[in-house]
Design a protein. Structure first.
Length: 248
Protein backbone atom coordinates (compact mmCIF):
# COMPACT_ATOMS: atom_id res chain seq x y z
CA UNK A 1 0.00 0.00 0.00
CA UNK A 2 2.81 2.42 0.85
CA UNK A 3 4.46 1.73 -2.51
CA UNK A 4 1.14 2.33 -4.27
CA UNK A 5 0.64 5.69 -2.53
CA UNK A 6 4.21 6.66 -3.35
CA UNK A 7 3.63 5.96 -7.04
CA UNK A 8 0.37 7.94 -7.03
CA UNK A 9 2.10 10.93 -5.44
CA UNK A 10 4.96 10.67 -7.91
CA UNK A 11 2.51 10.61 -10.79
CA UNK A 12 0.59 13.59 -9.41
CA UNK A 13 3.72 15.69 -8.97
CA UNK A 14 5.67 14.75 -12.08
CA UNK A 15 3.08 13.87 -14.73
CA UNK A 16 0.02 16.05 -14.17
CA UNK A 17 1.90 19.40 -14.20
CA UNK A 18 3.52 18.35 -17.50
CA UNK A 19 0.11 18.58 -19.22
CA UNK A 20 -0.51 22.12 -18.02
CA UNK A 21 2.37 23.94 -19.65
CA UNK A 22 5.37 23.63 -21.89
CA UNK A 23 8.79 24.50 -20.54
CA UNK A 24 10.93 26.77 -22.74
CA UNK A 25 14.05 24.98 -23.91
CA UNK A 26 16.37 27.63 -22.48
CA UNK A 27 15.23 26.83 -18.92
CA UNK A 28 16.54 23.30 -19.29
CA UNK A 29 20.02 24.76 -18.93
CA UNK A 30 19.25 24.93 -15.21
CA UNK A 31 19.07 21.11 -14.91
CA UNK A 32 22.15 19.30 -13.54
CA UNK A 33 22.07 15.53 -14.02
CA UNK A 34 23.15 13.43 -11.06
CA UNK A 35 26.28 11.45 -11.86
CA UNK A 36 27.22 10.60 -8.28
CA UNK A 37 27.87 7.02 -7.27
CA UNK A 38 27.45 5.59 -3.78
CA UNK A 39 24.79 7.04 -1.50
CA UNK A 40 26.55 8.69 1.47
CA UNK A 41 25.76 7.95 5.09
CA UNK A 42 23.82 10.59 7.01
CA UNK A 43 21.83 11.47 10.13
CA UNK A 44 18.27 12.80 10.04
CA UNK A 45 16.84 15.09 12.71
CA UNK A 46 13.27 16.00 13.56
CA UNK A 47 11.46 17.22 16.65
CA UNK A 48 8.04 17.40 18.19
CA UNK A 49 6.91 20.03 20.66
CA UNK A 50 3.93 21.47 22.46
CA UNK A 51 3.35 24.65 24.45
CA UNK A 52 1.74 24.31 27.85
CA UNK A 53 0.56 26.92 30.32
CA UNK A 54 1.88 25.94 33.75
CA UNK A 55 1.06 28.43 36.49
CA UNK A 56 1.89 31.85 35.08
CA UNK A 57 4.44 30.55 32.58
CA UNK A 58 4.33 29.32 28.98
CA UNK A 59 6.45 26.18 28.90
CA UNK A 60 7.87 24.65 25.71
CA UNK A 61 8.15 20.86 25.82
CA UNK A 62 10.28 19.52 22.98
CA UNK A 63 11.68 16.12 21.98
CA UNK A 64 14.47 16.09 19.38
CA UNK A 65 15.58 12.89 17.66
CA UNK A 66 18.57 12.10 15.44
CA UNK A 67 18.49 8.87 13.42
CA UNK A 68 21.64 7.49 11.82
CA UNK A 69 23.95 4.66 12.76
CA UNK A 70 22.33 5.04 16.17
CA UNK A 71 19.40 6.96 17.64
CA UNK A 72 19.96 10.01 19.82
CA UNK A 73 17.37 11.99 21.74
CA UNK A 74 17.35 15.30 23.53
CA UNK A 75 14.57 16.72 25.71
CA UNK A 76 14.05 20.44 26.23
CA UNK A 77 11.70 22.00 28.78
CA UNK A 78 11.97 25.77 28.95
CA UNK A 79 9.90 28.84 29.68
CA UNK A 80 9.32 30.96 26.58
CA UNK A 81 8.27 34.58 26.15
CA UNK A 82 8.61 34.77 22.34
CA UNK A 83 7.39 32.82 19.32
CA UNK A 84 7.54 29.16 20.48
CA UNK A 85 7.76 27.86 16.89
CA UNK A 86 10.89 29.95 16.30
CA UNK A 87 12.45 28.82 19.59
CA UNK A 88 11.70 25.17 18.80
CA UNK A 89 13.11 25.45 15.29
CA UNK A 90 16.35 27.07 16.47
CA UNK A 91 16.66 24.36 19.17
CA UNK A 92 16.26 21.70 16.49
CA UNK A 93 18.87 23.21 14.16
CA UNK A 94 21.34 23.65 17.02
CA UNK A 95 20.83 20.02 18.02
CA UNK A 96 21.41 18.92 14.41
CA UNK A 97 24.64 20.93 14.26
CA UNK A 98 25.89 19.10 17.36
CA UNK A 99 25.74 15.73 15.53
CA UNK A 100 29.15 14.71 14.21
CA UNK A 101 28.49 13.43 10.70
CA UNK A 102 29.35 14.50 7.15
CA UNK A 103 25.67 15.05 6.36
CA UNK A 104 22.89 15.89 8.83
CA UNK A 105 19.41 16.42 7.41
CA UNK A 106 16.69 18.48 9.10
CA UNK A 107 13.03 18.28 8.14
CA UNK A 108 11.94 21.56 6.58
CA UNK A 109 13.84 24.55 5.16
CA UNK A 110 16.48 26.43 7.16
CA UNK A 111 15.50 29.94 6.08
CA UNK A 112 14.08 32.20 7.45
CA UNK A 113 15.12 30.67 10.79
CA UNK A 114 18.86 30.76 10.05
CA UNK A 115 20.89 32.02 7.11
CA UNK A 116 24.10 30.15 7.83
CA UNK A 117 24.13 26.59 9.17
CA UNK A 118 26.16 23.40 8.90
CA UNK A 119 23.17 21.15 8.24
CA UNK A 120 20.87 20.40 5.29
CA UNK A 121 17.20 21.39 5.28
CA UNK A 122 14.83 19.14 3.29
CA UNK A 123 11.26 20.22 2.49
CA UNK A 124 8.59 18.13 0.72
CA UNK A 125 6.13 21.02 0.62
CA UNK A 126 7.91 24.40 0.33
CA UNK A 127 5.38 27.19 0.85
CA UNK A 128 7.46 30.22 -0.13
CA UNK A 129 8.96 31.17 -3.48
CA UNK A 130 12.69 30.96 -2.77
CA UNK A 131 14.46 29.63 -5.86
CA UNK A 132 13.29 31.56 -8.94
CA UNK A 133 14.01 35.19 -7.91
CA UNK A 134 17.62 34.21 -7.09
CA UNK A 135 18.59 32.59 -10.42
CA UNK A 136 21.81 34.31 -11.53
CA UNK A 137 21.06 34.50 -15.27
CA UNK A 138 18.61 37.40 -15.67
CA UNK A 139 16.98 35.97 -18.80
CA UNK A 140 16.39 32.56 -17.24
CA UNK A 141 15.22 34.21 -14.02
CA UNK A 142 12.54 36.22 -15.80
CA UNK A 143 11.21 33.18 -17.69
CA UNK A 144 11.21 30.99 -14.56
CA UNK A 145 9.46 33.60 -12.40
CA UNK A 146 6.82 34.19 -15.10
CA UNK A 147 5.96 30.46 -15.13
CA UNK A 148 5.87 30.32 -11.33
CA UNK A 149 3.05 32.87 -11.28
CA UNK A 150 0.87 30.37 -13.17
CA UNK A 151 2.08 26.97 -11.97
CA UNK A 152 3.84 27.43 -8.66
CA UNK A 153 7.56 27.03 -8.04
CA UNK A 154 7.66 23.32 -7.26
CA UNK A 155 5.57 22.47 -10.33
CA UNK A 156 7.98 24.37 -12.57
CA UNK A 157 10.89 22.51 -10.95
CA UNK A 158 9.06 19.20 -11.48
CA UNK A 159 8.58 19.95 -15.16
CA UNK A 160 12.25 20.78 -15.61
CA UNK A 161 13.39 17.63 -13.80
CA UNK A 162 10.83 15.31 -15.40
CA UNK A 163 13.19 13.69 -17.92
CA UNK A 164 16.31 13.75 -15.75
CA UNK A 165 17.46 10.73 -13.70
CA UNK A 166 16.63 10.53 -9.96
CA UNK A 167 18.92 12.69 -7.86
CA UNK A 168 19.20 15.38 -10.55
CA UNK A 169 18.76 18.98 -9.44
CA UNK A 170 18.43 22.56 -10.60
CA UNK A 171 21.48 24.79 -10.56
CA UNK A 172 21.69 25.96 -6.90
CA UNK A 173 21.11 29.59 -5.96
CA UNK A 174 22.40 31.63 -3.02
CA UNK A 175 20.09 32.27 -0.07
CA UNK A 176 22.01 34.21 2.56
CA UNK A 177 25.00 32.04 3.49
CA UNK A 178 23.26 28.93 2.16
CA UNK A 179 22.47 27.37 -1.21
CA UNK A 180 18.99 26.29 -2.27
CA UNK A 181 17.63 24.12 -5.07
CA UNK A 182 15.15 21.40 -6.06
CA UNK A 183 16.14 17.72 -6.26
CA UNK A 184 14.28 14.96 -8.07
CA UNK A 185 13.44 12.16 -5.65
CA UNK A 186 10.21 10.17 -5.26
CA UNK A 187 8.90 13.69 -4.68
CA UNK A 188 10.41 16.94 -5.88
CA UNK A 189 12.28 18.13 -2.80
CA UNK A 190 13.38 21.66 -1.97
CA UNK A 191 16.78 21.51 -0.26
CA UNK A 192 18.93 24.15 1.47
CA UNK A 193 22.55 23.35 2.28
CA UNK A 194 25.91 24.98 3.17
CA UNK A 195 27.81 26.74 0.40
CA UNK A 196 30.84 24.46 0.83
CA UNK A 197 28.85 21.33 -0.18
CA UNK A 198 28.57 20.87 -3.96
CA UNK A 199 25.27 19.58 -5.35
CA UNK A 200 27.09 16.70 -7.08
CA UNK A 201 28.09 15.37 -3.66
CA UNK A 202 24.52 15.55 -2.35
CA UNK A 203 22.59 14.22 -5.33
CA UNK A 204 23.04 10.45 -4.63
CA UNK A 205 21.46 11.08 -1.23
CA UNK A 206 18.22 12.24 -2.83
CA UNK A 207 17.73 9.59 -5.50
CA UNK A 208 15.21 8.24 -3.01
CA UNK A 209 13.54 10.13 -0.19
CA UNK A 210 15.79 9.85 2.91
CA UNK A 211 13.84 7.29 4.94
CA UNK A 212 15.57 8.28 8.18
CA UNK A 213 13.75 11.62 8.08
CA UNK A 214 10.45 9.77 8.21
CA UNK A 215 11.72 7.58 11.08
CA UNK A 216 12.89 10.62 13.04
CA UNK A 217 9.48 12.24 12.54
CA UNK A 218 7.67 9.27 14.10
CA UNK A 219 10.12 8.96 17.00
CA UNK A 220 9.84 12.67 17.87
CA UNK A 221 6.14 12.70 18.60
CA UNK A 222 5.15 14.08 21.99
CA UNK A 223 2.65 11.61 23.43
CA UNK A 224 0.03 12.20 26.11
CA UNK A 225 1.68 10.09 28.83
CA UNK A 226 4.96 11.96 28.47
CA UNK A 227 3.12 15.28 28.72
CA UNK A 228 1.30 14.26 31.91
CA UNK A 229 4.57 13.25 33.58
CA UNK A 230 6.36 16.35 32.37
CA UNK A 231 3.56 18.67 33.51
CA UNK A 232 3.68 17.23 37.02
CA UNK A 233 7.46 17.59 37.26
CA UNK A 234 7.50 21.08 35.73
CA UNK A 235 4.73 22.26 38.08
CA UNK A 236 6.82 21.12 41.02
CA UNK A 237 9.94 22.91 39.76
CA UNK A 238 8.02 26.12 39.04
CA UNK A 239 6.33 26.03 42.42
CA UNK A 240 2.84 25.56 41.00
CA UNK A 241 0.98 22.54 42.43
CA UNK A 242 -0.42 20.33 39.64
CA UNK A 243 -4.17 20.29 39.18
CA UNK A 244 -6.09 17.07 39.77
CA UNK A 245 -6.79 16.80 36.02
CA UNK A 246 -3.02 16.77 35.34
CA UNK A 247 -2.69 13.55 37.31
CA UNK A 248 -5.51 11.67 35.58
Amino acid sequence: MRQLLSEILRLAELEIPAKRADIPDELKRLVVWCNGDERPDYYAVDSGYVLRRIGNSDVLVQIMVAVGRDIRKKFVVTKVSENPHLVARINEINFAESIKSQFVLVDGPLTPYVHDAGVIGVSKDPRLVRYGPRIRDAELRDVFVHLVKTLGERDVAALLLRDAPPGSFLEPVKIGGLMGTYFKSEWVLYVEFPENIPGDLLCPLFRKYPIRLRTAHHLARVNREFLKTLRTVASSILGTPPQIRDLL
